[in-house]
Design a protein around this ligand. Sequence first.
Ligand code: AMP
Length: 189
Amino acid sequence: MARVFLGIGTNEGDRLENISRATQILAASGAARLIQMATIAETPPLGPPQRDYLNTVVEVETTLPPQELLECVKRLEQQLGRAPSSQRWGPRIIDVDILLYEDRIVEEERLTIPHPQLHQRRFVLEPLAQLAPDLVHPVLKRTVQELLEELTSTKHPRPAERTGRGGQAPSTQHEAESSRGEQCGSSGG
Ligand code: AMP
């Protein structure tokens, strides 16, 4: 079993319900077992004017390798109704990111672990620090708590003062996958 942390964000529809359904689908699929969930916090959006986000982080256990877990979460996003969009940083009903997968480092075209913006986003680091403050970022060699403190002591503003969803642009376009309808975890593992 691999210990994995997933970041979840949503700013469309019933946002609490979206987070609840995302975790239910993950658990029901057998792809991942939910261990714990951080506090859900409301955070301002990045990019075009849009509704505030609800963000949280969940710790799960999974037998899926990282690439299959990515396919699983992408299918989950589609199941929840995430539509293909060409708008970068645009609103989304659900967004699930693989933040950390054990101490694995993955650098592939479609998958980067640890998530490349993990250490720059307060809305990720704060809930992650609730669950695993002593976890060490395998690339930066800093604990989650240290990364959060470094963010606090640098130029990054506090949540209430933020004008964006995160400190940096995402490395990828926010586009949904083309395949639909499969249950999360159906790819095996
Ligand atoms: P998103 O807009 O967050 O749904 O992500 C868009 C794309 O980012 C996905 O289709 C993935 O191929 C890619 N990606 C790269 N690294 C990650 C990661 N650690 N977690 C989730 N998506 C990732």
